[in-house]
Design a protein around this ligand. Structure first.
Ligand code: PEP
Length: 252
């Protein structure tokens, strides 16, 4: 049984004061939730403030990125052990990092290894662009991204991994992918690739999320799909009411 995970990716939004207020608003309802894992991923500068609030709750904390080195002359970077002071999870390979910051499959793979070594659970993002989708290359791209991100990962670590399938054309556009089509792609391509790398039991242990314009209106149609183990949510995670509604939809 994979426990559903609903994760909010706040991106470049919220100062630590704003982040604190947002989590204070969410806590009364979120603390009543059972059987859903709840994750918020604020910007680095808000991690400490939010961690004070979430420490004794059922809300998990994640970062949105990290570097793979533990320390040294890497100006502006944040290391796995720095993140592990506050967080249980880290988002890696988000399409915005791939598109705007030149993050490659190899860089994502190095980060996955470093995160696991620091005791963090990586949420590895994969997904095809509109052009790749329209030219029939979605399956090939997603399969390659999964394979290359997870190269060399030990089977013993497999249950710590989360994959987020986020078609780039669905992120922040209001045009979510069709839930049944996502389910088929997750079964055939994402879990299929995992099966080839980590055995059937390994593949079944990995939670796979959908991300891309998930909102309180469409969430249930995704959560009903057998291969979709939750959601990675951008825009709708920035308001307490909508994030709470998504978590409640996953609980049902
Ligand atoms: C995301 O950026 O991970 C995302 C899914 O964004 P949105 O929910 O806004 O489409």
């Amino acid at each position: 049984m994979r426990i559903p995970l609903v994760a909010g990716n706040w991106k470049l939004n919220n100062t630590s004061t704003q982040a604190y207020k947002l989590v204070v608003e969410m806590i009364p309802v979120l603390r009543t939730i059972r059987d859903v894992e709840i994750l918020v991923c604020p910007p680095f500068t808000a991690l400490m403030a939010v961690s004070r609030l979430t420490r004794d709750t059922n809300i998990r904390l994640g970062a949105q990125n990290m570097y793979w080195e533990a320390s040294g002359a890497f100006t502006g970077e944040i290391s796995p052990i720095m993140i592990a002071e506050f967080c249980q999870y880290v988002i890696l390979g988000h399409s915005e990092r791939r598109a705007y910051f030149g993050e490659t499959d190899n860089a994502v793979n190095r980060k996955v290894h470093a995160a696991l070594a620091a005791g963090l659970r990586p949420v590895v993002c994969v997904g095809e662009t509109l052009e790749e989708n329209e030219t029939g290359r979605a399956s090939g791209v997603v399969s390659r991204q999964v394979r290359e991100a997870l190269l060399g990962v030990d089977l013993l670590d497999i249950d710590k991994l989360v994959i987020a399938y986020e078609p780039v054309w669905a992120i922040g556009t209001g045009k979510a992918a069709a839930p049944d089509g996502v389910n088929t792609l997750l079964a055939d391509i994402v879990r299929g690739t995992l099966r080839g790398m980590f055995t059937e039991a390994g593949a079944q242990a990995v939670r796979i999320l959908y991300g891309g314009s998930v909102n309180p209106e469409n969430a249930a149609s995704f959560f009903r799909q057998p291969e979709i183990d939750g959601a990675l949510v951008g825009g709708a995670s920035l308001k307490a009411a909508s994030f709470v509604a998504l978590v409640e939809a996953a609980q049902r």
